[in-house]
Design a protein around this ligand. Structure first.
Ligand SMILES: [Mn+2]
Length: 381
């Protein structure tokens, strides 16, 4: 059989199976014409506000406070302007002093510059089992304020971290502006320990617990965090990329029925299907505004070595970009965090590669087309 005949026979069989009978409907079977539909569906003309958050007290490795600078140094803001967005960079929120700036400077000098240090045990001033409660709480209060102000200025808020404890502030600020907010937490970890279940005492492993409504009866009431309004319903939260979840966290996810896709789910279904499922779970009517909190450690340890808690077997950079492009296509992303880039970990090459990965993820989330961005007109001689 000639190949043309074979093709038309396959098409006829296809039509019979699916109920499509004429040529026009049949074309719908092949309607995902990749060249045009994709590029047009990306959102690339937003008003965007960028803020840096040099938070490091949510964990115990120095250097993550240099994340905003490392990410900005990739030229990501200029690249976002090239995509077509109108951007204001608000600089870094002034939280360093709240985290004891004098101590920080001494340590950086003592370490001879570019070496991460683990904060000694004696520096912990938290109570219960939670470290640096006041520092992290005060910084987050300001972050929440900045986030809501940027959004009330009619901008999508892009927050460059800093450790993931900053998610307490950004989600609080974003949900002040959009009380029906949905949250996608892309991370190797579920960050949903409570002060009573945490093993490490690091608040970056508890961020989610602060804003999930149904979890509040299990939360120790810390006066420093009394300003946080837990507005996110468990049904409007989803995780993607999990592969390092504590037993207590697993119990919480199951108790509240929280949507959580691990790397096993990504392997089974593929990143597109997982992202589709996550998006429809958190918003069945496809109307809910979305906050994306992207932890760089969701990517595989082999590509992002400059992060505090790397885990093998994570997302590829391409999977991360695909996921974020799909969120961009919804047109409903109102704020995004990119956190846990620590340029003092790994070699200088590792640090550069990690920052580059962050840049490409951000570009994906903000509608940069990997198929190219077309000029408005082609010059003639
Ligand atoms: Mn995290």
């Amino acid at each position: 059989m000639k190949s043309a005949q074979r093709l038309s026979k396959i098409l006829r069989n296809c039509a019979a199976e699916t109920g499509y009978s004429n040529g026009h409907s049949l074309s719908r079977l092949f309607s995902t014409s990749p060249s045009h539909s994709f590029q047009k569906s990306l959102t690339n003309n937003l008003r965007v506000g960028v803020q840096g958050v040099e938070l490091y007290r949510g964990q115990n490795k120095r250097g993550v406070e240099l994340g905003p600078k490392a990410i900005r140094d990739t030229g990501v803001v200029a690249a976002l302007r090239n995509v077509g967005h109108e951007i204001v960079d608000y600089g870094n929120a002034p939280i360093m002093e709240m985290q004891e700036e004098a101590v920080l400077q001494e340590r950086l000098v003592a370490s001879g510059g570019r070496q991460s240090q683990t904060v000694p045990e004696s520096d912990y001033n938290g109570y219960l089992n939670v470290h640096y409660v006041k520092q992290v709480a005060d910084a987050n209060r300001m972050i929440s304020d900045w986030t809501s102000k940027i959004m009330r200025d009619g901008r999508v808020c892009l927050t460059l971290g800093g450790d993931h404890a900053l998610g307490i502030g950004t989600v609080n600020g974003a949900s002040q502006v959009h009380p029906d907010l949905g949250v996608l937490w892309i991370d190797a970890h579920s960050d949903i320990n409570t002060p009573l279940t945490t093993g490490s005492g690091k608040i970056h492993g508890m961020s989610v617990a602060f804003f999930v409504q149904e979890l509040q009866p299990y939360m120790t009431q810390l006066p420093e965090f009394s300003w946080v309004q837990p507005r996110i319903k468990a049904a409007n939260l989803a995780f993607i990329g999990l592969r390092d979840v504590d037993p207590a966290e697993r119990a919480i996810l199951e108790m509240l029925g929280i949507t959580a896709y691990s790397m096993r789910d990504v392997d089974r279904h593929g990143i597109q299907k997982v992202t589709e499922m996550a998006l429809s779970k958190i918003s069945q009517d496809k109307k809910r505004p979305i906050h994306v909190s992207y932890d760089i450690d969701s990517l595989c340890e082999s590509i992002v070595k400059s992060t505090g808690t790397p885990v093998p077997g994570g997302l590829s950079l391409r999977e991360g970009i695909t996921l974020l492009e799909m969120i961009n296509e919804t047109g409903r992303m109102v704020s995004m965090d990119l956190v846990e880039v620590n340029p003092l970990l790994g070699s200088e090459l590792d640090a550069a590669a990690t920052a580059q990965a962050a840049k490409h993820l951000i570009l994906g989330a903000f509608g940069h087309s990997r198929g190219g961005m077309a000029l408005n007109s082609i010059p003639k001689p």
